[in-house]
Design a protein around this ligand. Sequence first.
Ligand code: AMP
Length: 414
Amino acid sequence: MASPVLAPLQGMTDLAAPEVFLWQRIEDAFREVLARYGFTEIRTPVLERIEVFARAIGAETDVVQKEMYAFEDRGGRRVALRPEGTAGAIRYAAGAGATEARIFYLGPMFRAERPQAGRRRQFHQLGIEALGPPSPAADAECVALQAHLLDAIGLDGFTLRVNTRGAAGDAEAVAAGLRAALAPLADGLCADCARRRDRNVLRVLDCKQPGCRTLVQSLPPVTRFMAEPSRAYLAEVQRLLRRLEIYAVEDPLLVRGLDYYRHTIWEIAHPALGAQDALSGGGRYAIDLAGRTVEGVGFAMGLERLVMALQARGVEPADPAADRRIWIVSAGDAVREDNLVLAQALRRRGIPCSLDLAGRSLKAQMRAAGRAAVRRVVLRGEQEQARGVYRLKDMRDGSERELDLPALIEALTG
Ligand code: AMP
C-alpha cells in the first residue's frame, strides 16, 4: 500500500485533469455572468482571526463551535481557516467603510466535518455579496442571478425554496409564538429539539429527525408571528421573482442556520445529489463586526456539488483545447531543437501544441499523440527540414499534406 503521506488528508481531494476542465468551465461561465451584473472579485485571506468568524457567523453556531480548523499562530493569536466566505468579505467591507458594493469570491473553505458524499473538509464555494440596505428588488435580483449562473453552466432541474426571517424586530415575537405553538407538542420532540425550544427555537423547524419533521408540519408558518411589513416584503420579493420568470416555492419551514439573516432567505437543491442535496443557500443579512453593521444580500454555492449534479446529468469534463491541440513529432534527433522553436512559434500564434522533450523514438511519440487524442500531428524530419516543409497528418483519416510554414499556420488557425 502506498504511504499515507502520498494521499491528501481525509475529506480533501486533489483536483487535476480531466476533472479540472469541468471546474474551469464552470468558473469561467460564472465570471462572465457575474461581470454582466457588475460584480467584481474579492480574494480575502484563507486564514483570519477567529473573532471574524465568531462575530460574523455567530459564536453559538455549529460551524463556529464544532467545525472550524482553529489554532494558535506563532504570535499566540487565535486564528482559523475560513469555514465560509461571507465573514471575510464583510470584514473587508466593514474595514473599508463600504456600505454599498457588489463583490464575489470563489475559493476553498474548510470545515472539520465527517466526510461523506457531497460533504468535504476542504470544499469550494462561489459566493456573492450585494451590500446595501433592505430592498425586495435587490433580493429578487440576487435570486435571479443565482438562477442565471446555474443556467449558464447548463444545470436545470433544481428546486428553489424561499422564506423570510422577518425584520430584526420580529425575532422575539417569532420565537415566543413558536415556543407557545410547540408547548402542547413538546413530548414528541427529540432531545436536541427539547433543548433548542428554549435556546434556539427556529432550529426545531429544520431538525432532520423524522418525529420532529412530522410534528413541525402542523405549526403555523413563522410569518404568522411577524409584523405586516415583513410579510409584505416577502410578497414583494415573490412578485418580482415572478416578473423575472423565476418560480420559488414558499417553504415556511426553511430557516437557514445562521443568526445574521433578516427578511428573505432561500435554498437551492438538486434531486441528483442524494442526501446532501443543497446546492446553495442565501439570504439577506445584517452583520455586526467591531461596531460596524454591514447590510446586504448574498449566497454561497458549493462547487463540488455543482460538479456532482452536472456529472449525474451526464456532463463529462473535456479539455477545451483538445480540438485544436496538435502534436509535433520529430523524426530523428537533428530536428528536435528546430521543432521546439516551431512549437514556441505556433503557441505564440494561439495554437495549443505539444512535443516530446525526452528524446523518445518516433513510435513512442506517435503513441503519445494517440493517447492525447489529437486530431492533427505535424511530422518533421531532416528531409522536411532541408526542404523547408511540414507534413500535416490528419489522425482521423490518416491523410497527409505537405505545407510550408505560412500554409501550416493557416491550416492550424483557420
Ligand atoms: P452553507 O455555507 O453551509 O450555507 O453552504 C453553502 C453551500 O456550500 C451548500 O449548499 C453546499 O453546496 C456547500 N457546502 C457546505 N458545506 C459543504 C461541505 N462540507 N462539503 C461540500 N460542500 C459544502
